[in-house]
Design a binder for this molecule. Structure first.
Ligand SMILES: *Cc1c(COP(=O)(O)O)cnc(C)c1O
Length: 466
């Protein structure tokens, strides 16, 4: 079925408006060719991120009215804790204001300078938080996961060889924990199989190293497992999620993704001593352990969101909508990372703009041109976002892939709007070598893609006149 059926109807709408190409050009110039700095009113379809951009359900809005705003031991926390525990199963559940706060707390306590954290692929905030405490973030995704054109069911899987190589190279004592990101956002939203989770878990347990999930899109990952891993075809998504988490020792979570809310996150841990150290820091930085930087109503909305997100009708619509966008792009000849992921379609910018070298940010060029030509906001996941240094030589190193991510907010856009996005992407792809590279004019010390200013190279234009 080409039109995934919406398992809901619309009760509230929000007006969006279109701005002219001339206005978009002015916005792009002012923003230093960085779409993070363009006002939301000037965006037609916003696929910058699926984070915190979900439409909440009537049940979630109703739950918000029941929020108990007591400072300590609120009823909303109890409900939140029950909802999280029923799926995640971990001992200690620590609310935070979003995912990176959970990462920051965990690494502040568990990672020492010089320590090494392996992951399939670190998300940008995860890498930055590891590096912030002096750690080294290592990506160990399987080789398949680095080949954009290759069709494979579980391209998020971790390579046991690469993981083992990290242990051999750095030694067990320098590896305080191993992470596994489900789904693997920076590698194309690709799922990790339960078989791989089991292998990684066994490897870690043999060495006494905790396995921590970056669980932001756990429901989408579990849905892929149900669809693609034959042993799980008859199991419910919630059940699969429980089985996955049982292989780990904790997780970081951004509820802004599969929590179906606009703000929130949490950290789960089984280890009592670690949890208590984290909680001490939580009180200092986020808040009392039963609200951790959130209002009672936010906790209530997360509790309800977690109940909705494992609904198979919702997931097949959600992932079907993303897949459909991928098929449209494919039909229009735009090279995409295969197969489409759970939350986003990723355009392969190296394949689309082979004339622009990585040091001239081909994926950022595509992203800027897409805004200019169609008012659609995507995000670069390439050499602007991942300013790599080789951990041994300190030399600049480019990421394996240059991607433009079209992240689809949950329950927000219609098929018609996404068809418009596909057409906009095709127009940009067909500009070909009329598109010029970019250079950085200004950048901050970390996470530069959020605020860096760029300009077209050699004082030229982003799009040369035909
Ligand atoms: C979004 C995200 C995070 C960080 O969560 P925030 O709520 O944005 O701080 C961490 N890891 C992954 C895989 C993510 O997608």
């Amino acid at each position: 079925m080409d039109l995934p059926f919406e398992p809901y109807r619309i009760k509230v709408v929000e007006r969006i408006q279109r701005v002219s190409r001339r206005e978009r050009f002015a916005h792009l110039e002012t923003a230093g060719y960085n779409v993070f700095k363009i006002p939301s009113e000037a965006i037609y379809v916003d696929l910058l991120t699926d984070s915190g951009t979900s439409a909440m359900s009537d049940q979630q809005w109703a739950a918000m009215m029941t929020g108990d705003e007591a400072y300590a031991c609120s009823r909303s926390f109890e409900i939140f804790e029950q909802s999280v525990r029923s799926l995640f199963g971990f001992q200690h559940i620590i609310p935070t204001h979003q995912g990176r706060a959970a990462e920051g707390l965990l690494f502040a306590v568990a990672v020492r300078p010089g320590d090494v954290v392996p992951n399939n692929i670190h998300f940008d905030t995860t890498r930055a938080n590891v590096e912030h405490v002096g750690g080294i973030a290592i990506d160990c995704v399987c080789d398949e996961g680095l080949e954009p054109a290759l069709e494979a069911p579980f391209k998020g899987n971790m390579s046991l060889e690469k993981l083992d190589a990290a242990f051999v190279k750095y030694g067990r004592e320098r590896i305080p924990l191993v992470m596994l990101t489900i789904t693997n956002n920076s590698g194309g939203g690709q799922p990790v199989s339960v078989a791989n989770v089991r292998e990684v878990s066994e490897y870690c347990r043999e060495r006494g190293v905790p396995l921590i999930f970056d669980a932001c899109r756990f429901a989408e990952n579990a849905w892929f497992v149900q669809q693609r891993e034959s042993a799980y075809a008859d199991r419910s998504v919630a059940d699969i999620a429980r089985e996955i988490f049982a292989f780990g020792d904790g997780c970081t979570m951004s509820a802004k993704k599969d929590g179906l809310v606009n703000i929130g996150g949490f950290l789960c841990l089984n280890d009592e001593a670690l949890a208590s150290e984290v909680t001490n820091l939580l009180i200092l930085r986020e808040g009392f352990p039963t609200y951790g930087g959130l209002a009672g109503r936010d906790l209530a909305a997360i509790a309800q969101g977690l109940r909705e997100v494992t609904d198979p009708e919702y997931l097949s619509y959600r992932i079907g909508q993303v897949a459909r966008l991928g098929r449209r792009l494919d039909e229009l000849g735009v090279p995409i990372l295969r197969p489409t992921g759970g939350h986003a379609v990723y355009i392969d910018a190296r394949a689309t703009l082979p004339h622009i070298p990585q040091r001239e940010f081909p994926a950022q060029v595509f992203t800027a041109a897409l805004y200019l030509e169609s008012g659609v906001r995507a995000v670069e996941i390439g050499s602007l976002m991942f300013e790599h240094r080789d951990p041994d030589t300190g030399e600049p190193a480019f990421p394996a892939m240059e991607l433009v991510r079209l992240a689809v907010p949950r329950r927000v856009y219609t098929h018609t709007q996404l068809d418009y996005v596909a057409e906009g992407c095709a127009r940009v792809a067909h500009l070909g070598d009329r598109l010029h590279g970019l250079e950085i004019v200004w950048q901050p010390p970390a996470l530069r893609h959020f605020t860096a200013a760029l300009r077209p190279l050699a004082g030229g234009e982003l799009v040369a006149q035909a």
